[in-house]
Design a binder for this molecule. Structure first.
Ligand code: NAP
Length: 540
């Protein structure tokens, strides 16, 4: 089992520290890392002696600045503090390889206080372990060490160490994949529990998936402001969203690739559905820098790691065109509508050949069908106003045109609207472009906002003139889903129109993805509830 280690910077406000530690335990931490870089010796000892804290598994770390920590005193002061900590017998102490190898006083003073290493104690789930065991660690905040194997050999040369830990800043998502791929190789080689962390947002999958790969532990934070290193996830997210307790090596991996990607609620939606049906898989955010080469390199590297077991991907900005290109270059199948749109938002790697689909347009049409009450056949000859000419507009215009609607595209940059209209005009429905200022001058049945106007944090934005009137029965669909009720939707509803929230599109495009991922019907109620609570937690 991989422990969740809550990293807590201890300060001299001991009652607050004790509360924070208990909060970490309540959230699901298996171990507390007491970071004693800046607290007094007295505060450290009080916390370490506290009866409630002693119920928990403890790791003590006192990190110097030369290894990314905050301890301001001399090395001999640090050693004395460490000796004092070891005398109070936490379960583990973390000591830097540099200190252990280059300062003979460290092993001299600490070895007599350490428990002998025991594989079973360190890796299996015993509640209390016999005295402090050594976590030997190495950190590189500048990037991936050039000689990873050498760095590990140096860590493993410390025979007294119970756990070998390497953390380095990920410069890209490939560094995170490499960190994960080290587990099977190095566990076999050194036969000792390992922790390999690629720090930063680029490296987050090395934390989210560390239980699948059998890490000894991974660090997490009770809340984002309390983290001790870049990219640490929240304890509650590891337990509840990424099912840290259940992850196993055979599990499939799915994810959403984007840049940025941290804002995406797709992991919450898909993982809730995976959990509900008992599907042995986990869905994670994957931050991949813009550009086809970065996109392809990430997926190629992921597919070359058999233990990762990458099965399927959702794709978001700016990679939807790259995704179509990747599927095409890798001999995959793309349906005709997605080809016409020129982008896909989903790649199925669990099919042979691989497949790319665009579920944005099907999700948008289904949202209008279900919430707007308009049947698929009823789109024919309807007057549809589409505002925007970016990726979302492109998918929706293609969908409306395929259903024979009469579409007018309004966009701030008129040329983009014209290009979009030309591409789809006459295929089935009629598509024309018009200047942004003319929105609402002609009668319409459907109005769809495909711009980011009105999106959090600038929720006051309105993509139409404030004076625009609506008629009962008109459908107003806002693709923006954060906030759930945009200013446009509130205004339209107050004037008698039927409001279709962007969240419905998000959920219906996820429904199609899910059924391709898990090969079963999506549990929409569960996905809906997960999305609603995620948005509520974001304060929307
Ligand atoms: P995009 O490709 O970047 O296109 C953005 C569009 O918004 C462009 O047409 C742009 O006009 C317009 N725009 C941006 N700022 C504007 C402003 N201040 N005033 C007027 N127009 C403005 O983005 P996208 O992928 O199409 O996404 C657009 C929206 O759709 C986003 O809010 C996104 O969240 C939403 N979306 C929702 C879902 C869902 O499932 N609900 C799925 C995909 C997208 P110019 O051409 O003049 O720059």
């Amino acid at each position: 089992m991989t422990w969740i280690a809550a990293a807590v910077f201890i300060n001299d406000d001991v009652p607050a520290m004790l509360n924070l530690i208990q909060e970490c335990a309540v959230q699901g931490a298996d171990m507390i890392e007491l970071r004693c870089d800046t607290c007094s010796k007295q505060a450290m000892e009080t916390v370490l002696r506290d009866p409630a804290v002693r119920q928990l598994r403890l790791l003590v770390t006192i990190r110097p600045p030369w290894e990314g920590g905050r301890f301001a005193g001399s090395e001999s002061d640090r050693l004395e503090l460490m000796v004092a900590a070891c005398r109070l017998k936490p379960d583990f102490v973390d000591i830097e390889l540099e200190a252990w190898k280059n300062n003979p006083k460290f092993p001299q003073r600490l070895l007599p206080l350490l428990a002998r290493p025991s594989l079973e104690d360190a890796s299996a789930g015993a509640k209390r372990l016999p005295g402090p065991q050594l976590v030997i660690s190495s950190h590189d905040f500048s990037g991936r060490p050039p000689d990873l194997d050498g760095r590990f050999a140096a860590l493993a040369s410390v025979q007294e160490a119970a756990v070998l830990k390497l953390s380095y800043k990920a410069n890209n998502s490939l560094d995170a994949l490499e960190a994960l791929a080290l587990y099977p190789k190095l566990t076999e080689k050194y036969r000792r529990p390992l922790v390999v962390i690629a720090m930063g947002e680029d490296g987050q999958i090395s934390r989210f998936l560390s239980a699948k790969f059998g890490a000894a532990f991974t660090f997490a934070t009770p809340n984002h402001s309390a983290g001790t290193a870049p990219g640490q996830p929240r304890i509650g997210d590891l337990v509840n969203v990424y099912r840290f307790r259940q992850q196993a090596l055979h599990w499939g991996v799915y994810g959403v690739i984007g840049w940025p990607v941290a804002h995406s609620i797709s992991p919450i939606i898909h993982n809730a559905a995976f959990t509900h049906i008992g599907f042995d898989a986990v869905y994670v955010p994957m931050l991949v820098a813009p550009g086809y080469d970065n996109f392809a390199a990430f997926i190629d590297a992921a597919r070359k790691c058999p233990q990762l077991n990458l099965q399927g991907l959702s794709i978001t900005i700016p990679h939807k065109e790259n995704a179509l290109e990747y599927v095409r270059r890798n001999g995959g199948e793309i349906d005709p509508t997605s080809k016409a749109i020129g982008v896909v938002n989903t790649i199925f790697l669990n099919t042979n050949p691989i497949q790319g689909i665009n579920s944005d347009w099907t999700g948008a049409i289904k949202a209008m069908e279900i919430v707007g009450g308009i049947g698929k056949k009823e789109f024919k000859q309807r007057a549809a106003v589409v505002i925007g000419a970016g990726g979302a507009a492109r998918s929706i215009v293609a969908g409306l045109a395929s259903l024979d609607a009469n579409v007018t595209v309004f966009n701030r940059t008129l040329d983009r609207a014209k290009t979009l209209a030309q591409q789809f005009n006459g295929k089935t429905g009629r598509v024309q472009a018009a200047p942004f200022e003319q929105i609402g001058r002609e009668k319409f049945d459907l109005l769809i906002n495909c711009t980011s106007v009105g999106m959090y944090p600038d929720s006051s934005g309105l993509p139409i003139p404030e004076t625009l009137n609506f008629a009962p029965g008109q459908i107003v669909f806002d693709t923006v889903y954060n906030p759930r009720q945009t200013r446009l939707l509130k205004l339209a509803q107050s004037r008698g129109a039927i409001a279709v929230p962007g969240l419905e599109m998000l959920l219906h495009q996820a429904e199609v993805q899910f059924s391709g991922f898990a090969k079963t019907k999506a549990p929409m109620e569960i996905m809906h509830a997960a999305a609603e609570s995620a948005l509520a937690a974001m304060g929307q």
